[in-house]
Design a protein around this ligand. Structure first.
Ligand SMILES: [Zn+2]
Length: 152
């Protein structure tokens, strides 16, 4: 067996001879995330455009996602039922009567405001009267409410 050695540049294939002109409009990715800033959780959307090719574009998208996660952001799916809780440490459940309740473990104080787990971007505020305390936010002409439930 013999190996033939050639000097000079290897012959170019047809594809390599083409000058690649990146079409920056060809690659565009939207993704959604929740980001807490000074106690408020924002539901945001980011659009990443451009890239020399598909792989380069995806790497840009992943880079942007990584930056968001490093700043405490969380991925958001379009289906809220599958989405992770907007704020870590909040435990939502149902009371025996089927009411939405914020579960408070022993020693956990009732928060004055928390993001509503049902309505994107709405914040519950703590209300009190002689009967006790609950969470409420305006939802159109009505109010969305949730209770507190202390569990060990
Ligand atoms: Zn609500």
């Amino acid at each position: 067996m013999s190996v033939q050695t050639e000097n000079g540049p290897a012959p170019q294939t047809k594809a390599e001879r083409l000058v690649e002109v990146p079409n920056v409009d060809a690659y565009s990715t939207n993704f959604y995330f929740d980001l807490a800033v000074e106690g408020q959780t924002f539901s945001a959307q980011m659009t990443v455009r451009g890239g020399a090719n598909g792989l380069d574009h995806i790497q840009r998208v992943q880079g942007a996602m990584k930056e968001i996660v490093q700043r405490g952001g969380a991925a958001r799916t379009r289906n809220k039922a599958e989405a992770a809780p907007a704020q870590a440490g909040l435990e939502w459940g149902k009371s025996k009567r089927g009411r939405t309740v914020l579960i408070l473990r022993e020693g956990q104080p009732e928060p004055d405001n928390v993001p509503c787990p049902v309505h994107d971007g709405k914040t519950f505020r703590r209300k009190t009267n002689e009967d006790g305390s609950w969470l409420s936010h305006k939802d159109g002409d009505t109010f969305c409410t949730a209770g507190f439930e202390k569990r060990p």
